[in-house]
Design a protein around this ligand. Structure first.
Ligand code: CTP
Ligand code: CA
Length: 225
């Protein structure tokens, strides 16, 4: 533990966090999703609760256990995640989007199981709402922090997400680094904000979450003072 970790005090603040994957149904028995484990988001929620914040965690389907003292709302689709977030965003001082939201959903949700027919199957997908972008665009938006999982040009894509989504901060991770990121207990992050950046880790996600939260707290207090 460093002294800096101990200093994170979010008493009286409300932090809204999204975590895990979303699951987009195709028919009554099938869906598309991704490999997000939810570990980073749940670690952020635990760190925020430890720092004294009121924590609302909107979570897609994951197998990690919710941290003590955190208010968990379980959802499946991106639309449900957006609805749950919008229900709680007014009370939030800080919004942290760790969820791996499916960018697209099936254009048509089939009422019946899709039958096996030809050698190829073509489905049409339509864009899902961008939860983080919608939150950051609200008139009274909370301090909005995004994540960016990238496989190339990490700094470039992360900074463009910061600008395009009008975020306060973005935490980028390189998904090509073996043993880190999706499903792993370890991660490394390169965090960007308007006038600066900082590298965190590689470290266990629980430690990284405390370090990231401390950095968020520092930037948040800097911005609101
Ligand atoms: N995000 C979100 N809603 C979406 C898509 C993404 O809230 N529909 C959030 C994620 O939780 C993350 C950030 O936006 O904090 C960036 O997600 P990412 O998938 O890296 O970026 P996209 O804008 O979806 O762009 P791309 O997938 O093409 O890189
Ligand atoms: Ca995406």
């Amino acid at each position: 533990c460093t002294g800096q970790d101990q200093a994170t005090d979010l008493q009286g603040k409300t932090i809204l966090i999204t975590a895990g994957p979303t699951r987009e149904p195709l028919d009554p028995v099938r869906y598309i999703s991704n490999h997000s484990s939810g570990k980073m988001g749940y670690a952020m929620a635990a760190a925020a609760a430890d720092a004294g914040a009121n924590v609302v965690l909107v979570s897609g389907p994951v197998s990690v256990r919710p941290p003590a003292g955190v208010d968990v709302m379980r959802v499946e689709t991106a639309q449900q995640m957006l609805d749950a977030v919008m229900q709680h965003v007014k009370a939030a001082d800080i919004f942290i989007a760790t969820a791996a939201v499916a960018d697209y959903k099936a254009k048509v949700l089939e009422n019946n199981k899709i039958k096996k027919k030809g050698d190829e199957l073509t489905l049409t997908f339509v864009k899902n709402p961008d939860i983080l972008k919608e939150v950051a665009a609200l008139p009274d938006a909370p301090f909005a922090v995004g994540f960016a999982a990238e496989s190339q040009n990490l700094a470039h894509y992360a900074k463009s997400k910061l600008e395009k989504k009008k975020l306060a901060m973005v935490a980028a991770n390189d998904i090509t680094t073996s043993g880190l990121g999706f499903n792993s207990d370890y991660n490394a992050l390169h965090v960007f904000w308007e006038n600066g950046d900082k590298q965190l880790g590689p470290a266990p996600k629980t430690q990284l979450a405390r370090e990231l939260l401390s950095l968020i707290d520092e930037r948040y207090k800097n911005k609101s003072s």
